[in-house]
Design a protein. Structure first.
Length: 339
């Protein structure tokens, strides 16, 4: 056996496909041979038994014909230097596939990179989705698609999310903390109700943002959030119950209704954070001031006039018996508090 493990692996692969490389074989004969190899387990140089798929064998044959033995060595990973898949990013990728099964692994990888700055290799992502039975073919065949959802009127439903941003101060220095943007979006109008950057993702931070949003806009009928730490505490459930807000936690891998939030996150990353990190960020206070100014411009830009009109056309509905925004500020029992 060669001393170089990579060389030994390339030689083992050549040994498997050598007979199929015979130029005298017809395409049909070669296909039958490859299928027989794929049907059996093969012993690797490490002594382990493993199966090799027909697609892999065909790929090795093509590589050997074009590159020789060097083509049978492992190729450098396309995601080398990137972070490995973490559960949060994988959950996002799964939601993106379920939301639109026609999305390719390459497209999903691009969306994840645009939102979070971490690139997942297309092959890695495709394999993770395949293991979970979430291939495009399977989902499109059995019709497991999710239609769009939209509330009928403003303030019928707010959607909450947390966007992970850059380290602040930026560029990163000793003492920098990862900034997180707590967001609340009105599901009907698609406009940002309130957002604030914080240095932690805690229940208290989430409740402070909710309280500020209520003082600005009034009470929503429902609040739709995920099961993250910022929204899973009993204190939030109690506050919503006191205020008469229906608290809804999304189910894992069930992305219905969160598309607007994801699109806003993408806009914030591509239009606000890109420019903010280019010029530098001195503090969270500065980041929040600049974000507030950007939001004002964003809300009055041509791209958001339609949502603004949708918001202005909404009519206030009778909420007799429910606390008013002003009473929320006066009554300690109605104000969301941290735990």
């Amino acid at each position: 056996m060669a001393r170089d493990p990579a060389e030994a692996l390339a030689l083992w692969r050549y040994h498997l496909i050598a007979e199929a490389l015979d130029p005298r074989l017809s395409g049909r004969e070669r296909g039958q041979m490859v299928r027989r190899l794929a049907a059996d387990e093969q012993r690797t140089p490490a002594g382990e038994l493993r199966g090799v798929s027909r697609n892999t064998l065909d790929r090795w044959i093509r590589r050997y014909r074009t590159e020789g033995l060097a083509g049978l060595r492992d190729q450098p990973r396309s995601d080398q230097g990137s972070a490995r898949v973490n559960p949060a990013l994988l959950d996002l990728a799964i939601r993106l596939r379920l939301e639109a099964p026609a999305r390719s692994a390459a497209h999903i990888s691009e969306i994840v990179f645009a939102r979070h700055g971490v690139r997942i290799a297309e092959r890695t992502l495709a394999e993770q989705l395949r293991r979970r039975g979430l291939t495009r073919g399977e989902l499109l065949r059995d019709g497991r698609t999710f239609g769009r959802y939209e509330a009928d009127a403003p303030d019928e439903r707010w959607i909450g999310d947390v966007l992970v941003g850059p380290f602040v101060p930026h560029p990163r220095a000793p003492g920098s903390v990862r900034a997180r943007l707590f967001l609340l979006v009105d599901d009907h109008s698609r406009l940002l109700v309130h957002g604030r950057w914080t240095g932690n993702e805690t229940l208290r931070a989430g409740q402070e943002v909710l309280h500020a949003a209520i003082l600005r806009r009034g009470l929503p009928e429902s609040l739709y959030v995920d099961n993250g730490a910022a929204y899973a505490g009993a204190e939030l459930a109690r506050s919503c119950a006191i205020l008469g807000i229906r608290l809804i936690h999304s189910r894992p891998y069930a992305p219905q209704g969160r598309g607007k939030q994801e699109r806003l996150n993408r806009v914030i990353r591509e239009r606000f954070l890109l420019e903010a990190t280019t010029v530098g960020i001195a503090s969270l206070d500065e980041l929040n001031d600049r974000f507030a100014a950007w939001v004002e411009r964003y809300l009055t830009s041509g791209s958001t006039r339609r949502p603004a009109r949708r918001l202005s056309r909404g009519t206030a509905r009778d909420r007799s018996g429910r606390p008013t925004p002003s009473s929320c500020g006066r009554r300690s029992s109605g104000r969301p508090t941290g735990g």
